[in-house]
Design a protein around this ligand. Structure first.
Ligand code: SF4
Length: 166
């Protein structure tokens, strides 16, 4: 049996995440017949804009996608908040029980240094996908339990406990 070194494991899963993002990016970036392409051609000379306000005017591009484009395509500090980031940030206490992805984003960008934002985004996603899952967080093997508000409040949650936020 072949085991991955923890660094290789992280790299492997991060690449998987990035390839999904890149596919989503290509759908938006590639001018094609349809609403996205028309908007890109008519308003932006066929170029993908690099500021969030312009990105949000493109049909089908919401705040999360716009932030992914900024972070991945333009290497700009950004915090796209998906379901994993939202849940994990609330559980750990990085956000103060935020009610919406936008609230979560605003709190995270306020406290995480710009130079670490994109990395932090990937870490939160990976942690939510493989350790701090929605229905069955693996608190018993989680390296963050000593700092986690959810863990502190609930003690050692049973494996069957439903998550409070999703
Ligand atoms: S201790 Fe549990 S709830 Fe807290 S981050 Fe880890 S897995 Fe999630």
């Amino acid at each position: 049996m072949h085991f991955l070194h923890p660094g290789q494991w992280l790299h492997h899963h991060m690449m998987r995440y990035l390839s999904i993002s890149n596919r989503a990016l290509i759908q938006i970036i590639k001018p094609k017949p349809g609403r996205n392409g028309k908007k890109l051609v008519s308003d932006f000379d066929g170029e993908v804009p690099s500021d969030i306000d312009s990105l949000l005017t493109i049909p089908g591009v919401g705040r999360k996608t716009a932030n992914v484009i900024l972070a991945v395509a333009f290497d700009t500090p950004a915090m796209p908040v998906d379901t994993h980031v939202f849940r994990v940030a609330n559980r750990i206490g990085l956000t103060n029980n935020s009610k919406t992805p936008l609230q979560s984003e605003m709190e995270l960008v306020k406290y995480i240094p710009e130079s670490m934002l994109t990395k932090a985004h990937h870490w939160l996603i990976l942690h939510g996908r493989y350790i701090c899952m929605a229905r069955r967080p693996k608190c018993e093997i989680c390296g963050l339990s000593q700092w986690c508000k959810y863990y502190e409040k609930k003690g050692r949650p049973s494996l069957n406990m439903t998550a409070p936020y999703f």
